[in-house]
Design a protein around this ligand. Structure first.
Ligand SMILES: *Cc1c(COP(=O)(O)O)cnc(C)c1O
Length: 375
């Protein structure tokens, strides 16, 4: 994918905010607790390498990514801290991970056996984290027998270095703790079956940490908080208060490339879903659903100059139209998503508008949009 550098549209990332969010979180940690910055999916759309370098300068002790390629990207960029791949990596890539000093997640005993086959005789050691499915229903050990079998296999192994034991919460962002507590109890049960001694026992994501759930976690897998977003993610719900102050890092900006007058009865966009009821000024913005700004945003108000203007007609693949309250020149700045929570086009409001969560809105912003970094 070629980023479009010859059109006025970009994702702006405030690295000062990224740094501040991580520093705040580190101050909030308990003594000895470490922060692993979660930079999967190109750092939630913000740019993995730039965010990772900023995270190092802010004091992050390590990184989490979703897939092995993301870990390799960080290694190529010179990141030397521990990196854990949170998803299931095919065991046939165990040696590749080991060579690059990347830690892999173990979902079950079958995986461990396959990885052992790959590594035997290579002299390589693979760092691993055992995943427990404590209630997310996604990956990890869920029966005692299998977990004990894995421990037995690992007891005298010089192929594997057991670096971690972890689980992931399904609802740490909820004010109702019942399910959360059942997951902690289930995890504690598996921890009591351990025969090996992982360096890091870890449970916390951003939500568990910033909503002060107060459970023991040697490291916090800090994701959405890096980007300054409150993890309370129920659409349209009020945010829970976070223990630290978060500053959103991302904004999505463009410019008007044309402004024209339409008259009563004239339509705008495919299917003419919008028809002018009189003379109206329409501005065209050169971004569309191919940039990850989905069609559901039709009707959402974005900031043009100093005015909030509704998107009219269907959003096209590469362009969208807004109704302007008065004439504005070509080149007028357009903010589709604001990093200012006080503005009505902030990312949480945008996510609510399309019935999703801000995580998804940020991740969808496509590689065609260059990332511009401000310090
Ligand atoms: C994505 C992810 C995280 C980070 O979650 P946030 O809500 O962004 O803090 C932590 N742990 C696991 C296993 C994840 O998949």
């Amino acid at each position: 994918m070629i980023p479009g550098i010859h059109r006025p549209a970009a994702v702006r990332v405030d690295l000062g905010a990224v740094k501040q969010n991580i520093e705040q979180e580190i101050k909030h940690l308990e003594p000895g607790q470490k922060l692993f910055a979660v930079v999967k999916a190109n750092a939630y759309g913000h740019g993995a390498v730039q965010v990772a370098k900023t995270a190092v300068s802010a004091g992050a002790a390590g990184f989490c990514v979703a897939i092995l390629d993301e870990a390799l990207e960080l290694r190529r960029a010179g990141i030397v801290q521990p990196i854990l791949v949170l998803g299931v990596t095919p065991a046939k890539y165990a040696a590749l991970a080991a060579v690059n000093g990347v830690s892999l997640t173990v979902p079950d005993v079958e995986w461990l056996k396959k990885a052992a086959e790959q590594l035997t005789g290579t002299g390589l050691q693979l760092k691993i984290h055992l995943a427990i499915d404590s209630g997310m229903g996604r990956i990890g050990f869920s029966t005692d027998d299998e977990f004990i079998a894995a421990n037995d296999l690992l007891l005298d192994s010089d192929t594997f270095v057991v670096e971690g034991l972890f689980t992931h919460f399904a609802s740490a962002d909820s004010s109702n703790d019942t399910y959360f507590k059942s997951q902690v109890a289930r995890f504690n049960h598996f921890q009591s079956l351990l025969k090996v001694h992982p360096k890091w026992i870890h449970l916390d994501n951003t939500a568990a940490s910033v909503f002060n759930k107060k459970i023991h976690s040697d490291l916090v897998r800090f994701g959405i908080g890096i980007y300054g977003l409150n993890p309370s993610s129920n659409p349209a719900s009020a945010d829970l208060a976070t223990a630290i102050k978060l500053k959103p890092a991302l904004s999505f900006e463009s410019e008007l490339v044309q402004v024209h007058l339409i008259h009563q009865g004239q339509g705008v966009g495919y299917g003419s879903t919008y028809v002018a009821d009189g003379d109206q000024l329409i501005g065209t913005v050169p971004v569309g659903y191919a940039d990850g700004f989905i069609r559901k945003f039709q009707g959402f108000k974005i900031k043009v100059g100093t005015e909030f203007c509704p998107i009219v007609g269907r959003i096209c693949m590469d362009q969208l139209m807004v109704r302007l309250p008065h004439k504005m020149p070509v080149g007028t700045k357009v903010v589709l998503i604001s990093n200012n929570l006080a503005e009505p086009n902030n990312i949480k409001a945008a996510a609510d508008y399309v019935d999703t969560i801000h995580y998804e809105v940020a991740c969808l912003l496509d590689d065609r949009l260059p990332r511009i970094y401000d310090n």
